[in-house]
Ligand binder design. Structure first.
Ligand code: HEM
Length: 534
C-alpha cells in the first residue's frame, strides 16, 4: 500500500503482489478466469437476447452495481494524504503516549480534511467548518485526533448532534441546499440554541472559507487527558498550527472559485504534495490541571468554550508533514475510519458530554458505512504494530486468527496460558472518582453562551468584523421566515450591539430586544426565552 509519488500507471504486472492478489496482463473475471471476449455479451444468434448463462457479464455488472457505499453521515466530502508526525519536544513527564517519548521519534500518520455539511459531490469552498482528522499509527495502536479547524463547537451535549445535523443538511422536503448553512432550518435551530452563538461567530468569520487545507489550523476541541507512566493525569487540549500560516479567501472569491473549480481544495493539496511542497503543522498542547480548570468561570468540559492562548500558551511538541498523496480515493479517503474512541496508552477522555457521545457514534456509524466489523483490517485502518486478540469471523474476514484457542486464557495457542493483557504496560483508564445523582439537567457551569462570542468578535480587526457582519447578513437574507431572523438578531444583541445593529441595518430590519440571556440548559428554557422576544 505504499508507493513513491508518481503519475504513471502502477497496476503492476506479472508476479507482483498487490494486497495478496497477483496482477496479470490478461483480462479476467473476478475469480481469475481469462476472458475470451471483453467487448460482447453472450447472445443467441446474431441479434438475439442475452443469456443469463453469461457469467462474465454477470460478474462484471454485479460488482459494478454494488460499487457505492453510504457516504459519511457528516463530513462526506473530504480529501486525504499520508505523512509523518515527528516529536520535537519529548514529554514523558506528562504522558506515556508513544509518539512523545523521544525527541526525533517519527510516527506514521494519515490525515483527512473535510467539509461538514456538504454531500460527497459538493463544492470545496462552501462556508462551512472543516474537519481535520489525524490517524497516528503508533507502536501502541492507532490514535485518532478527530478535530475541526474551529476550536469550539455548536452544541454542548451529543444528544443534540442529530438535531444539529438535520438542521444543517439539505432540507428533506426539497433536497437543498447541499452545502450551505444559508437556509431556514439551520438558522431556526441556531436561533433556538443560544449555546451555538460562539460557534456561529467563528462560522461567520473568514475561518470557514480557508484559502486551502494547507492554511488552516486544527483543534482537538475537547479537553482530553494525558496520563503519565505512574497513572497521574493532566488535562490537555490539542492544536495544529500550519507552518504555511493561516489564510482565507473572501466570500466573493469563494463564490467564484466554487463555480470555476469545485475541487479547488483537493487539487491544491494534491498539487502541493506532488510538487514536493510538503505542508506542515506544529502539534501543540495546552496542559492544565484541575486546580487551574476551576479558576475559569466556564467549564473546561464545555465544547462551546476555549481556553485563551494568552492565558495558557500552546506548547509545541511535534510536527506533522504530509508528503504522500493517496493512491486510491476509495481505499483510503472513503474507507478510512476515524473515531475519538481510538486512543492509546497515555491518552484518555474527559467527561465532556459531547466527547462521550462521539466515542459511541463513530464506531457505530462505521459498521453501517463500511459494512463489516472487520474494517480495522483494511490497509488504511490496520495498525502498524503487532495485533493479538481473539476476535474471530464476521463479514469479510481477511486476517483470521490461527490455531485452536480463540479465547482467553487458553493454554493451546502459545506458551503457558497464551497471550494475556499486560497489567503494567497495557492501556489503563485513568483512575477517578465520580459521584452524584443521575440527572439530565445541564450544569450551571455550562450556562454562559455569550461572553466568549463577544471576546471573539472584539478580538477581530475592523476588516474581519466587517466580514462577519456581511456573512450574517448574507446568510440571514436567504432565510425566508422573518421570525428566525429576529431571533438571531436578539441573540446577537447579547454578543455585541454594534454587531446586531450592523446586521439588522444590512437586512433592513429594526433591531429587536435582546434575547433574555438565560441559562439555556433546560429543555423548556431556550424556546420560552427565545420566543419571548417575538
Ligand atoms: C465525522 C469532527 C462532533 C459524529 C467527523 C469527521 C470529523 C469530525 C473531522 C470526519 C472524519 C473523517 O474525515 O472521516 C467532529 C468534531 C466534533 C464532532 C470536531 C465536535 C467537537 C460529533 C458528534 C457526533 C459526531 C457530537 C455524534 C454524536 C460523527 C459521525 C461522523 C463524523 C457519525 C461520520 C464518521 C464516519 O462515517 O466515519 N466528525 N465531530 N461528531 N462525526 Fe464528528
Amino acid at each position: 500500500n505504499r508507493r513513491p509519488a508518481s503519475t504513471s500507471d502502477e497496476r503492476g504486472t506479472g508476479d507482483e503482489l498487490h494486497q495478496g492478489v497477483k496482477r496479470g496482463e490478461r483480462l479476467t473475471t473476478s475469480t481469475g478466469v481469462p476472458l475470451g471476449d471483453g467487448q460482447n455479451s453472450l447472445k443467441v444468434g446474431d441479434r438475439g437476447p442475452t443469456l443469463l448463462e453469461d457469467f462474465a457479464l454477470r460478474d462484471k455488472i454485479f460488482h459494478f452495481d454494488h460499487e457505492r457505499i453510504p457516504e459519511r453521515v457528516v463530513h462526506a466530502r473530504g480529501y486525504s494524504a499520508h505523512g509523518t508526525l515527528e516529536c520535537l519536544d519529548a514529554i514523558p513527564d506528562l504522558t506515556r503516549a508513544a509518539p512523545f517519548q523521544r525527541k526525533g521519534k517519527k510516527t506514521e500518520a494519515f490525515v483527512r480534511f473535510s467539509t461538514v455539511a456538504g454531500n460527497l459531490g459538493s463544492a470545496d469552498l462552501a462556508r462551512d467548518v472543516r474537519g481535520f482528522a489525524v490517524k497516528m499509527y503508533t507502536e501502541e495502536g492507532n490514535w485518532d485526533l478527530v478535530g475541526n479547524n474551529i476550536p469550539v463547537f455548536f452544541i454542548q451535549d451529543a444528544v443534540k448532534f442529530p438535531d444539529l445535523v438535520h438542521a444543517v443538511k439539505e432540507e428533506q422536503d426539497r433536497g437543498w441546499p447541499q452545502a450551505q448553512s444559508a437556509h431556514d432550518t439551520f438558522w431556526d435551530f441556531a436561533s433556538l440554541m443560544p449555546e451555538s452563538t460562539h460557534m456561529l461567530l467563528w462560522q461567520m468569520s473568514d475561518r470557514t472559507i480557508p484559502r486551502s487545507f494547507r492554511f488552516m489550523e486544527g483543534f482537538g476541541v475537547h479537553t482530553y487527558r494525558f496520563i503519565d507512566a505512574e497513572g497521574a493525569s493532566t488535562f490537555v487540549k490539542f492544536h495544529w498550527k500550519p507552518k504555511q500560516g493561516l489564510q482565507s479567501v473572501v466570500w466573493n472569491e469563494a463564490l467564484k472559485i466554487n463555480g470555476a473549480d469545485p475541487d479547488f481544495h483537493r487539487r491544491d493539496l494534491y498539487a502541493a504534495i506532488e510538487s514536493g511542497d510538503h505542508p506542515q503543522w506544529d502539534l501543540g498542547v495546552q496542559v492544565f490541571d484541575e486546580a487551574f480548570a476551576v479558576e475559569f468561570d466556564f467549564d473546561v468540559l464545555d465544547s462551546t468554550k476555549l481556553i485563551p492562548e494568552e492565558v495558557l500558551p500552546v506548547r509545541v511538541i511535534a510536527r506533522l508533514t504530509l508528503d504522500r498523496t493517496v493512491d486510491n480515493m476509495f481505499a483510503e479517503n472513503e474507507q478510512v475510519a476515524f473515531g475519538t474512541h481510538n486512543v492509546i496508552p497515555g491518552i484518555d477522555f474527559s467527561n465532556d458530554p459531547l466527547l462521550q457521545g462521539r466515542n459511541f457514534s463513530y464506531l457505530d456509524t462505521q459498521l453501517k458505512r463500511l459494512g463489516s466489523t472487520n474494517f480495522t483490517q483494511l490497509p488504511v485502518n490496520a495498525p502498524r504494530c503487532p495485533v493479538m486478540h481473539f476476535q474471530r469471523d464476521g463479514h469479510m474476514q481477511t486476517d483470521p486468527q490461527l490455531g485452536r484457542g480463540t479465547y482467553e486464557p487458553n493454554s493451546l495457542s502459545g506458551e503457558d496460558r497464551g497471550p494475556r493483557a499486560d497489567v503494567v504496560h497495557g492501556y489503563q483508564s485513568v483512575a477517578r472518582r465520580e459521584e452524584g445523582p443521575t440527572r439530565r439537567l445541564r450544569a450551571e457551569s455550562f450556562a454562559d453562551h455569550y461572553s466568549q462570542a463577544r471576546q471573539f468578535f472584539i478580538s477581530q480587526t475592523e476588516v474581519e468584523q466587517g466580514h462577519i457582519i456581511d456573512a450574517f447578513a448574507f446568510e440571514l437574507a436567504k432565510v425566508e421566515d422573518p421570525r428566525i431572523r429576529t431571533r438571531v438578531l436578539g441573540n446577537l444583541r447579547n454578543v455585541h450591539d454594534d454587531l446586531a445593529r450592523a446586521v439588522a441595518d444590512k437586512l433592513g430590519m429594526p433591531l429587536p430586544e435582546a434575547a433574555e440571556a438565560v441559562v439555556a440548559t433546560r429543555t423548556d428554557l431556550p424556546e420560552s426565552a427565545a420566543l419571548s422576544i417575538l
